[in-house]
Design a protein around this ligand. Sequence first.
Ligand code: NAD
Length: 350
Amino acid sequence: MSKDFYSIAVVGFGGMGSYHLKLAEGIDEVRITGSFDIKEDRQELARQKGLNVYDSFEDLLADESVDIVLVATPNDSHKEIAIRSMEAGKNVVCEKPVTISSADLQEMIDASEKTGKLLVVHQNRRWDEDFLTMKKIYDENMLGEVYAIESRVHGSRGIPGDWRQKKEHGGGMVLDWGVHILDQALMMVNEKVKKVYAVLTHVTNQLVDDGFWAELTFESGKRFLLEVGTSNFIKLPRWYMLGTNGTAVIEDWGKDAKIVVAKGKSEEDVVPVRTAAGLTKTMAPRREDTIHEHTVPLVESNIKEFYKNVAAYLSGEEDIIVTLPQVMRVMKLMEAIFESAEKGQAVDFE
Ligand code: NAD
């Protein structure tokens, strides 16, 4: 590393901007030193936290001691702040979604290439332990050949009443939570996505989507269902994965995975299920001796790796983990979701 630490200045000291103080805490290689927010109460909070508070974005850019600008403003403003920062010689860590369209993202990538400055997106949910656990089950073929995966996040509070409810600020759940779970899906299944079919929900908000269902069909025919809901008073499991020889489920954040795999397919002694209208052997539970049930403990992760990686990249020691081609692919996938929902039909993707 060429200097003691890389100095970070935050633009947008709101919920997430201030949370980055915690993220960077304890990492010797980076330090959040300053911030700028258009709201005085946020400026005051930053002062109380001991940060160097700038009177304007221009003052922040003019400070030569700042190495990295963290963009943590509403989604529609990321592009301009990021490009101006790179043009002023700063590296950029940008909150997700990087911006609100692939055309905007291309301009940001062009600026990064032209200035030679780093542009990296805080896709922090790659470090989610539930995701890493399901990825391990997938990578290690614990269920035989996987043919379907379902990933859901369910809440019941509608969407927050801030800029997230406004289309012009890049509101809506596809851009908010969709970007996380789509990024995870693409990091898990290393195949082309051939088709995308999506439906948006407008239960509590007509202006922006307050949830969505999206089904991706991968090249092998594998299906990946993604769902974000904000009016779900009873949650479905966070993850559900089906393979030719078994099934895995993670009920909720922080919970281990449960796996049931087949030990044999004996049809003898099946006790039919009797319902009011008839009998079924097909849907009868398996005999205990034909299945094996076990748990896969949550894979541990360390979110501090994100900033450590940024510093190691700037020091020429590591490749960047969250790459711009990956971020562009997710952005295009979100556009395909909007297109499919608008047309009411599946759209081709890759
Ligand atoms: P927020 O409304 O709490 O904070 C945004 C802040 O930006 C506000 O304090 C606002 O005054 C300030 N701001 C607006 N325009 C500005 C400008 N031009 N210059 C300087 N300051 C400006 O919103 P938030 O929840 O902190 O979200 C901010 C970003 O972080 C969004 O892009 C959001 O998607 C992202 N986010 C990411 C995660 C994650 O897990 N990675 C979680 C939450 C939010």
